[in-house]
Design a protein around this ligand. Structure first.
Ligand code: TYD
Length: 152
């Protein structure tokens, strides 16, 4: 592959906030209580390698504040509500998650922060890779430069 091809391919693969999407999950309404579910490679467009959850968030605290080089995410507000702010270095979008039958798909290569957690909120997150500290970018200026150069 020539350098120019590699540059074009890298740029082509660069994700923007427009690559995020809200996915409506199935819901079975029932007087005994409602049920929803999620399946990999169906509602979640990747193989799930990891599941984690965020809970007991004190009022006013934020989570996230980083980007992933490779990891894709799928986020559900299982309980309560919170905002997910995604940022591609040029544009920001805020998604308010407040129903357990909606998920937010976040591709790799976006800066994302989670904020405005309600009392007793529970955020369930699925990831496309195992935990890897080196996949994180914690410096926003570095992220912006990488984004500008099409490196992420
Ligand atoms: P981090 O992803 O920085 O949390 P957030 O983005 O919500 O602010 O993770 C916080 C800590 O938890 C970090 O020190 C590593 C650990 N951790 C794991 O060991 N495995 C995981 O899957 C995750 C998400 C975090």
């Amino acid at each position: 592959m020539t350098l120019i091809h590699s540059v074009i391919l890298t740029k082509f693969n660069t994700m923007t906030v427009d690559n995020c999407r809200i996915v409506q999950l199935p819901k079975f309404l029932d007087v005994r209580g409602n049920l929803s579910f999620v399946e990999q490679l169906n509602h979640i467009p990747f193989e799930i390698k990891r599941t984690y959850w965020i809970y007991d968030v004190p009022g006013g605290e934020n989570r996230g504040g980083h980007a992933f080089r490779e990891n894709q995410e799928f986020v559900i507000a299982l309980s309560g509500s919170f905002d997910v702010v995604v940022d591609d270095g040029e544009k920001q979008n805020t998604y308010t998650l407040n129903r357990s039958y909606y998920g937010l798909y976040i591709p790799r290569g976006l800066w994302r922060t989670m904020e405005n957690f309600s009392t007793n909120s529970l955020a369930l997150e699925f990831g496309s890779i195992h935990y890897d500290e080196s996949d994180y970018i914690y410096d926003y200026a570095e992220f912006k430069t990488m984004k500008h150069d099409g490196k992420i």
